[in-house]
Write a protein of this length. Structure first.
Length: 147
């Protein structure tokens, strides 16, 4: 199935707004009926969403910069063969769909069954230490041997 780049761009763009995390972004999307609809909504209507203040409502209405940044992120992912799965997609992990504070989207490099019965996730920093890199490589090797 072909990804909906417009939907992805608007979800990523929403999370790039200062003060909007994944929980608030999902609240706004649910209130407005979709990610694109959030950006089309009037500021006074956005203020009805719990957690949305004047600043966030104004930033959503002046969204050109965040949508351009989101477009850049998508381009980077395409160039580097990274897939993006939003919480609105079937490929998004079912275990995370039930978490209110689960991320609006995840990035995946390589092949992964995100709904496998057994799974191990390794989450870390963008700039790991040498020790962190070595430990992770060793852990992944040992887990792979166990499979």
């Amino acid at each position: 199935m072909k990804p909906d780049f417009d939907k992805i761009q608007h979800i990523i763009g929403l999370t790039l707004i200062d003060g909007v995390g994944h929980v608030l972004a999902k609240r706004m999307i649910a209130h407005c009926g979709g990610p694109q609809e959030v950006f089309a909504e009037k500021a006074n209507k956005l203020l009805l969403v719990p957690g949305v203040g004047d600043f966030v409502a104004r930033m959503v209405r002046n969204s050109k910069t965040v949508l351009e940044r989101a477009e850049y992120e998508i381009g980077f992912c395409i160039k580097n063969n990274v897939s993006i799965h939003t919480y609105l997609d079937n490929a998004y992990p079912h275990r995370l769909k039930n978490c209110e504070d689960g991320p609006c989207f995840i990035f995946v490099k390589g092949n992964a069954d995100l709904n496998a019965q057994r799974m191990v996730n390794i989450i870390g920093t963008r700039e790991p230490s040498a020790y962190g890199k070595d430990f992770t490589a060793q852990l992944v090797t040992e887990l792979h041997l166990m499979a």
